[in-house]
Design a protein around this ligand. Structure first.
Ligand SMILES: [Zn+2]
Length: 352
């Protein structure tokens, strides 16, 4: 994301907060509830180059958020309870669902004790190749290549090009360029090939991140044993489903459910589409997820849940607790639905 866009988003959140507009807008934009998204929860690190920092919040911040939600009049509920309310047509008090994607070890180490302390139900979405230690956390491989080198060479459109990345500023800039470039590919295969080549050339072990950062099946079993925890599917290989052929997309969703059921003894009924933006999950994926019988499918499209979403249970929006905006006042604005209403032009459902 560009600095300008960040400033606009933060500026927008500030404006909504200080104008108290989010309180006035609440009856119109607040909807039935909200699904919050987390990735990493861990103490801050000192490194100046952390291009993936938006995917992490600190344990203290999570605790502030949960304390504040517990004091609010919202119900903190599981996805099953949200599903029950939406399909029953009686949504009741406003609800908040907590979800955590990817199954990082810090979910168990840092997030779980805090969620437990506040007795908050939550869902963890697992790409099964991560506990199987075969997954490619390609965005971290890209970060490592840029972090560990002063310059890199790359074949782009058949031309050998070189990029300087000696300073933190250069690294941030180059990462943003590379990330945008690989995300613009039409297929997942192209993205993986480029990142694998780059990682091999600069001695970054792509699969090592699984062992280092992700929960094992034993660790997942500990979490899954707690009735507060729902285990959800997040495909096998964490692929952008819309960028693979239909058969592969279906297999990714179906296989991940079977693998989790075999490993943990519970069959996941809820799905999170990896990456989850419109380039990664669209109508085709929503249809397949419904075919496979999932109860809900969550995207990363920003938004709160309205009663109308009962007709779009495979295309639910979420609100991400973003590491770049770790202030409670932003969370109030986001949870109120005001920020995402502005984002979405006051359109309630976006399942196209
Ligand atoms: Zn993910």
């Amino acid at each position: 994301m560009t600095g300008l866009k960040k400033t606009i988003i933060r500026g927008g959140l500030e404006t909504l907060y200080f104008s108290a507009a989010h309180h006035l807008m609440r009856p119109f934009v607040g909807g039935a509830g909200v699904i919050l998204t987390l990735h990493h929860v861990r103490p801050p690190r000192p490194d100046r180059f952390q291009p993936n920092r938006l995917l992490e919040v600190t344990p203290d911040f999570l605790e502030d958020v949960l304390r504040s939600l517990r004091r609010s009049r919202a119900d903190l509920v599981s996805l099953d309870e949200m599903y029950r309310r939406l399909t029953a047509g009686k949504v009741g008090r406003r609800f908040v669902c907590m979800t955590i994607d990817d199954g990082y070890r810090d979910t168990l180490q840092w997030a779980y004790p805090i969620l437990k302390k506040y007795d908050v139900p939550f869902t963890v979405y697992i790409p099964t190749s991560f506990p199987d230690r075969l997954g490619e956390l390609w965005w971290l491989a890209l970060e490592a290549v840029v972090a560990r080198n002063k310059g890199i060479r790359l074949l782009i459109d058949g031309k050998d090009r070189s990029f300087e990345c000696a300073t933190v500023e250069d690294k941030r800039h180059l990462f943003e360029e590379l990330y945008g470039w690989v995300r613009s590919f039409k297929t997942e295969e192209e993205l993986r090939t480029v990142v694998r080549d780059l990682a091999a050339r600069y001695q970054v072990d792509v699969t090592a991140f699984c062992e280092e950062l992700c929960m094992s099946w034993d660790e997942l079993a500990k979490l899954a044993a707690d009735p507060l925890v729902t285990i959800g599917a997040h495909t096998v290989n964490h692929v952008m489903l819309a960028k693979v052929p239909e058969r592969a997309a279906r297999a990714e969703m179906e296989m991940s459910r079977s693998v989790i059921e075999a490993a943990l003894g519970t069959r996941p009924e809820h799905l999170s589409y990896p990456v989850g933006d419109p380039t990664s999950a669209g109508p085709r994926e929503f249809r397949i997820a419904a075919d496979l019988g999932f109860k809900t499918g969550v995207t990363t499209r920003p938004g709160v849940i309205f009663p109308e979403h009962r007709e779009h249970l495979m295309a639910l929006p979420r609100v991400s607790l973003n590491g770049e905006h770790q202030q409670l006042r932003y969370v109030h604005v986001l949870v109120s639905g005001a920020a995402t209403a502005v984002w979405n032009g006051f359109r309630r459902v976006n399942a196209a």
